[in-house]
Design a protein around this ligand. Structure first.
Ligand code: SAM
Length: 201
């Protein structure tokens, strides 16, 4: 059912008709460059949809990028936009809670996906997955405690900086955390919590 919801969104809404549209996701790009100056770092964008993070990372010279999304329509849109360059990217169509990674990633990026997991069993699966699939850094953005209650018609969970720390402090240390407003294409704002975690061994 989740998959159908997202397939339908990407079949019926244009790129700029979704609240998360951002041609240059500056905050994510800054954070990723800070933790992964090395251009061959393996980076996964979880729930990347048809977003522009991948375009920007390719432009910066990153060579080892994976984009995962539950929606095949979203992935196809991104692939079509990127044309031949898309061969440089590994595309994965999967619900993140069922994802079986073939390797560990140096950087795991998730903007606005974890907060859609509202059932404890799914949150637990995600936590297990990040604990075992990340070499170094986890860059996470969710709606903050001051953010909206829903997104794309779906219930979400809101997280303060402390809430995120508590969710992941079994295996990760917070190295940076802050709140930031995102301006949607509809001239509204959504408050996000961004946290950068470092894996603890
Ligand atoms: C709000 S959008 C954010 C897209 C992108 N991360 C960005 O910030 O522009 C949420 C994305 O997560 C995907 N998604 C939602 N639930 C998911 C799940 N359980 N597993 C994988 N992807 C999911 C959706 O298809 C959609 O592309």
């Amino acid at each position: 059912m989740k998959k159908e919801h997202w397939q339908d969104i990407y079949a019926t809404k244009g790129m700029q008709e979704v609240s998360w549209f951002q041609k240059v996701p500056e905050i994510s790009l800054d954070l990723i460059q800070k933790v992964a100056p090395n251009k061959d770092a393996s980076i996964i964008d979880v729930g990347g949809g048809d977003g522009f993070l991948v375009d920007n990372l390719l432009e910066l010279g990153y060579t080892n990028i994976t984009v995962l999304d539950i929606s095949e329509n979203a992935i196809n849109r991104a692939k079509q936009r990127l044309g031949n360059i898309d061969e440089k990217v590994k595309w994965v169509i999967s619900d993140i809670t069922n994802f079986l990674p073939e390797k560990k990633y140096d950087v795991w990026h998730d903007r606005a996906v974890f907060h859609f997991l509202t059932e404890q069993k799914d949150i637990a699966k995600y936590k297990t997955l990040v604990n075992k699939s990340i070499n170094d850094y986890f860059v996470l953005a969710t709606f903050s405690d001051e953010g909206p209650n829903k997104c794309s018609g779906l219930e979400i969970c809101k997280y303060s900086e402390l809430d995120l720390k508590k969710q992941f402090d079994n295996s990760f240390k917070v190295i940076e955390s802050f709140k930031k407003n995102h301006s949607t294409p509809f001239n509204t704002t959504q408050n996000f919590t961004f946290s950068v975690f470092q894996k603890q061994y």
